[in-house]
Design a binder for this molecule. Structure first.
Ligand SMILES: Cc1cc2nc3c(=O)[nH]c(=O)nc-3n(C[C@H](O)[C@H](O)[C@H](O)COP(=O)(O)OP(=O)(O)OC[C@H]3O[C@@H](n4cnc5c(N)ncnc54)[C@H](O)[C@@H]3O)c2cc1C
Length: 367
């Protein structure tokens, strides 16, 4: 999330001078400016296709005190706090209010987690004296209830914004070429002295050029669209999303493998957590494929066929095949969700203005 300054003509004559506490002077250091220019060029090549810069001539501009791009956890919390403090705020959201957490993250994940916990309890029930218990699991029942719950939350979020007198602008925000940072949404323009970019992230996927057939796999977003429990799942990744989804699928009865590049999962966590979690995943029946990576994915009549290379230290790399996979899930990290925002254009105009910005991505222009 980044706070963007407004290049307002209304600010005083010294508006370009950074406040004494600002790190803004760093921008004038050749190294940093060169870095930002290189960054800008890199973004231009990475972020293709960049949106066309909408015509500055189009229409009137609606002004707020605070404009938030992205109605996820960060954007909503920030807009509501700003409104509490008396700011006239608006949130632009291109998809569903609540963002990743509510729609394809924490919330539906925790519903599935609880479903898995029920399954584990049922597994142990006889030891606790419960002899008869119907334990046939129906994935579509929980999916329907989960989707309905998420949908209720979307409405609650909308109502909360309305109660807080925050405008909701539905659509995709794109920065325009206007000299004052301005966004266009569905042909209308909006600006504010402070614009918060809270557009979150999207799940990463390996490119086809690196792993042929990679696009046959899904990501955590696709997990929440599954209409039935996969019978054979391979989850690629060692982070918490990979670990949680592998645990859920396995507990619910899918034969599950977790493919990791090194020896343990959650390597960035405390080493005891990392070791114990790896061990417990195996105790729970998940096959942990260490030092392994997918080389190629093919579609066959019985599902996906994965060609896997395993390069354990001190051993010759070995290639094996996993057949009949009906759920290949990439959980290999997340990319910033900034494509199409026209950030490159915005950065160029900030550089052109030699606007002081600091490493917290804010400026210290009095306004
Ligand atoms: C599977 C999974 C499980 C998770 N579990 C947990 C958990 O248990 N606990 C936890 O704390 N965190 C969890 N997280 C992480 C959590 O979901 C994120 O940290 C959080 O949602 C980030 O919030 P955000 O506001 O930064 O971004 P987001 O929630 O992603 O919101 C960004 C919003 O911006 C919108 N947007 C993007 N571009 C534009 C544009 N140009 N114009 C208008 N709107 C735009 C998007 O549609 C989106 O709604 C999980 C994530 C995943 C994927």
């Amino acid at each position: 999330m980044a706070l963007l300054p407004r290049l307002s003509a209304t600010v005083g004559p010294n508006w370009r001078r950074p406040a004494r506490t600002s790190l803004g002077f760093l921008l004038r250091r050749p190294g940093l400016a060169a870095f930002l220019r290189a960054f800008s060029r890199a973004m231009a090549s990475k972020q293709e296709p960049q949106a066309q810069c909408p015509s500055p001539a189009a229409g009137a501009v609606t002004s707020y005190d605070y404009l938030v791009i992205g109605g996820g956890s960060g954007g909503l919390a920030s807009a509501r706090r700003a409104a509490e403090l008396g700011a006239r705020a608006a949130v632009v959201e291109s998809h569903k209010l609540g963002g990743t957490c509510v729609n394809v993250g924490c919330v539906p994940k925790k519903v599935m987690w609880n479903t898995a916990v029920h399954s584990e309890f049922m597994h142990d029930r006889v030891d606790y004296g419960f002899e008869s218990c119907e334990n046939k699991f129906n994935w579509s029942v929980i999916k329907e209830k989960r989707d309905a719950y998420v949908s209720r939350l979307n409405t609650i979020y909308q109502n909360n914004l309305t109660k807080s007198h925050i405008d909701i602008i539905h659509g995709f925000a794109v920065f325009t070429c206007d000299p004052t940072p301005t966004v266009e949404v569905n042909g209308k323009k909006y600006t504010a002295p402070h614009i918060l970019i809270a557009t979150g992230g999207v799940p990463s996927r390996p490119p086809e050029s690196q792993i042929p057939g990679a696009s046959l796999g899904i990501t955590s977003d696709g997990f929440f669209q599954l209409e039935e429990l996969p019978s054979r799942s391979v989850i690629v990744g060692a982070g918490y999303i990979a670990v949680e989804i592998a645990g859920i699928l396995s507990a619910l009865g899918s034969k599950t493998s977790l493919m990791i590049r090194y020896h343990k999962v959650l390597r960035n966590f405390d080493s005891i957590i990392s070791s114990n979690c790896t061990e417990e995943l195996e105790n729970a029946g998940i096959e942990v494929l260490r030092y392994s990576q997918v080389k190629e994915v093919k579609k066959t009549s019985s599902g996906l066929e994965l060609s896997v290379i395993t390069s354990a230290p001190g051993r010759k790399p070995a290639v094996t095949t996993i057949p009949d996979v009906d759920c290949l899930l990439w959980a290999i990290g997340r990319d910033p969700n900034s494509k199409g925002l026209n950030l490159n254009k915005l950065l160029q105009s900030l550089l052109a203005e030699n606007l002081p910005i600091d490493f917290l991505n804010t400026n210290k222009i009095p306004n």
